[in-house]
Design a protein around this ligand. Structure first.
Ligand code: NCD
Length: 360
């Protein structure tokens, strides 16, 4: 087992549900009285290393730190850093973490945040690792549910769009399946369906779900509809993206079939999956949701800074002679020095970085 001494937030399940709920409640408190927290991070430095494009996640993390009275360093274009000279992830994050109290990282490769946490000198927050996870998005989605629905239990949640590649829906399933009475309706085409490892996780948690390719049929039974865009950057072929990109569009006709107490969320950016005619519907909460992101991230930063050495488990599995991860998007494929460890699950070996499962 390899532990980190720091309070890393790589995957929400690194901590118990009480920890997440405390973050959500703190975020709600900050939302109501942000001025109380205006110097809570005074003298602290947060680094944001974004190896992949971002608007909301990067800016809301940065605004959150500034509103807490802290300071920022970082890059949003690795081409302007030593990454362009061929520096590996370990060296970049080792150095930047020695300048910082907290390091927020987004990376196109799955498992990158965990890889960085293996050698970093401060807590790492995963701001999205490829198609894998996006825990701070899930915290803000939970804050939205908490404030707008008043509960995180007994909800029927429709997830619609690119469930194969969307890290936001993977993170949401990973977290919300642990609450009582959550039922997921997975709305996607066969090609964009939820990965097997997430469905197995739902089964293992005893969380009910059904698959329904028709948004029109499913919408009437939902408390919350979570729309997602087709993740263009994750497709190997442009033609395949073009074929699938318009799989779903939420429009006023479909909204008419939703209940009055339905809420519609989207992590954004939106491409064409929600028609702009829906924006003025009072049930469309995606812009408010993005605003909650600021408060969720203030709460997350503060929670980590208050207790930066809580410790977290990084690698629990074993090396297997001659076995490496076959997922081309796994961080272990690029950063060859990483210890390649796997967790045995039934007849599978699960990569500890990207969760990819291979048969043994
Ligand atoms: C999401 C992401 O980056 O995964 N955006 C975000 O963080 N708000 C969703 C997306 O890019 O589709």
């Amino acid at each position: 087992m390899l532990r980190s001494e720091f309070t890393n937030v790589i995957d929400l399940t690194d901590y118990g549900t009480d920890w997440w709920l405390d973050v959500v409640k703190l975020a709600s408190d900050i939302y109501d009285a942000p001025e109380k927290y205006s110097s809570a991070a005074a003298g602290k430095v947060m680094a944001t290393l974004f190896y992949e494009p971002s608007t909301r996640t990067q800016m809301s993390f940065q605004a959150a730190m500034l509103k807490l009275g802290g300071a920022l360093i970082g890059f949003d274009n690795p081409a302007t850093s030593s990454v362009a000279k061929g520096e590996n992830l370990k060296d970049t994050t080792k150095i930047v973490s020695s300048y910082s109290d907290i390091l927020v990282m987004r990376h196109p490769e799955e498992g990158a945040a965990k890889a960085a946490a293996l050698t970093a000198d401060c807590p790492i927050i995963n701001a999205g690792d490829g198609s894998h996870l996006h825990p701070s998005q899930t915290l803000l989605d939970m804050l939205t549910l908490y404030r707008e629905k008043g509960r995180l239990t007994d909800l029927t949640i429709g997830l619609c769009g690119d469930l194969l590649n969307g890290r936001t829906v993977h993170s949401m399933c990973n977290a919300l399946c642990r609450f009582k009475g959550i039922r997921f309706v997975l709305i996607s085409t066969e090609e964009l369906g939820m990965p097997a490892y997430i469905k197995e996780m739902l089964d293992a948690a005893g969380c009910a779900y059904e698959e329904n390719p028709s948004l029109e049929d499913a919408i009437g039974g939902l408390d919350m509809l979570y729309m997602t865009r087709v993740q263009k950057e994750r497709f190997s072929s442009e033609a395949e993206y073009e074929r699938l990109k318009n799989a779903y569009t939420l429009d006023p006709a479909k909204m008419a079939k939703g209940r009055d107490d339905l809420i519609v969320l989207h992590p954004l950016p939106r491409v064409d999956e929600i028609s702009m005619d829906v924006d003025d519907d009072p049930r469309a909460l995606y812009f408010k949701q993005a605003k909650y992101g600021l408060y969720a991230r203030m709460a997350l930063i503060l929670t980590v800074l208050r207790d930066p050495k809580r410790g977290s488990e990084l690698l629990k599995g074993e090396k297997h002679e001659g076995v490496s991860c076959p997922n081309a998007k796994c961080i272990t494929r690029r950063e060859r020095y990483l210890p390649k460890t796997f967790i045995s699950r039934g007849g599978y070996l699960e990569c500890e970085y990207c969760s990819y499962r291979q048969k043994v």
